[in-house]
Design a protein around this ligand. Structure first.
Ligand code: F6P
Length: 361
């Protein structure tokens, strides 16, 4: 049986389940198939430093990580080697260095675990330097094309749902409007799923530019029914249809801008219209931290095994995915072709409307 020597890395924002993928690749690829799998630290950065920062991964080194959050390899979402910060405010192309490092380390190819950005880097490495890659989709935002689900998403939804359950009790005790801001970049998957699961009265997602008056009407309508509290979940990328929003991109050091301010914007627009106490909660990185839920452990394990099977079959250039209720694969090119937003006619939006949730538009 052919023995392979491959590299594996995790890129972009971390997500619950990364370690479960690594564990599956190692248990099957090394443990069963006797391959050599080399962990590359901090996404592609591990290949840009000399000596390269690598770890020989064995079933022993992956013991006890199935349930652990984060990634044992480390990651970064500022490490695109093709436009790498030069430390003087400029960007340089360090692609050739990465390709040379991969060859110098005798790596036949890479398994890259990441979101659309990381998959696109892998594709460019393959196109420009002939480095074979297999992709594993990872993001809590679930905004990667060509896959119905990415691991980490359901864990983030569970965390947001738990937060909504908690906000219910304090909102009801104080007759307040509670606004929970969740992550998701420019897509509303986390807000939509957690909003329905957490019994939100209103959900604001980027895909539906909202009319704040409709949320206010919901607050008034609930009051008229003796329900003097309202629960609203807002995706970090959601915006009002009209008027100025508070900064949606706020500085977070190192000259980078972040999506933010959506909950504050909505609270302000509501208190301008309704005499009610509002409180905002930004869930932030709690959605990225902590161990994966059972579903994400299963999905991540299946993804890791399938990545090894793709390499066994010589099917480099593909990304594993979850589609029609099972694991399969798709060309990476297709997976990074477009950004995956919630479709206007998504069944969960109509189900949400049917149970009385207001989407603002
Ligand atoms: O893509 C994952 C994600 O958590 C987004 O939901 C969020 O907008 C962004 O990353 C936050 O990035 P950072 O960890 O760099 O603040």
């Amino acid at each position: 049986m052919a023995t392979h020597r491959i590299g594996i890395l995790t890129g972009g924002g971390d997500a619950p389940g990364l370690n479960a993928v690594i564990r599956a690749v190692i248990k099957y690829g090394v443990g069963k198939l006797h391959w050599q799998v080399v962990g590359i630290e901090d996404s592609f950065n591990g290949l840009l430093e000399v000596p390269h920062r690598l770890q020989d991964l064995t079933p022993q080194s992956c013991q006890g990580i199935l349930h652990r959050g984060g990634t044992i390899l480390g990651t970064t979402n500022r490490g695109n080697p093709f436009s790498y910060p030069d430390g003087e405010g400029g960007l340089v192309d360090r692609g050739p260095e990465v390709a040379k490092a991969i060859r110098d380390e005798g790596l036949e190819g890479l398994i890259i675990i990441g979101g659309d950005g990381t998959q696109a880097i892998g594709l460019q490495l393959m196109d420009e330097y002939g480095i074979p890659v297999v992709g594993v989709p990872k993001t809590i935002d679930n905004d990667l094309s060509a896959t119905d689900l990415t691991f980490g998403f359901i864990s983030a939804v569970e965390t947001a749902t738990d937060a909504l359950d908690r906000l219910h009790t304090t909102a009801e005790s104080h007759d307040r409007v509670m606004i929970l801001e969740v992550m998701g970049r420019d897509a509303g998957w986390i807000a939509l799923w957690a909003g329905v699961a957490g019994g939100a009265d209103c959900i604001a997602i980027p895909e539906i530019a909202y009319d704040p008056e409709r949320f206010c009407a919901k607050i008034r309508e609930r009051r008229a029914r003796g329900r003097h509290f309202t629960i609203i979940v807002v995706a970090e990328g959601a915006k009002p249809a009209e008027g100025d929003a508070l900064p949606s991109k706020v500085a977070h050091g190192k000259g980078t801008l972040r999506t933010g301010g959506a909950a504050q914007t909505l609270a302000q627009l509501i208190t301008e219209r309704v005499n009610v106490e509002t409180r905002t909660t930004v869930l932030g990185h709690l959605q990225r931290g902590g161990g994966p839920v059972a579903f994400d452990r299963v999905l991540a394990t299946e993804f890791g095994v399938r990545a090894v099977e793709l390499i066994q079959a010589g099917r480099w250039g593909e990304m594993v995915r979850w589609s029609e209720g099972k694991v399969s694969s798709v060309p990476i090119r297709e997976a990074v072709s477009e950004y995956r937003r919630v479709e206007d006619d998504h069944p969960l939006i109509s189900a949400g409307r049917a149970v009385g949730i207001e989407f603002g538009g």
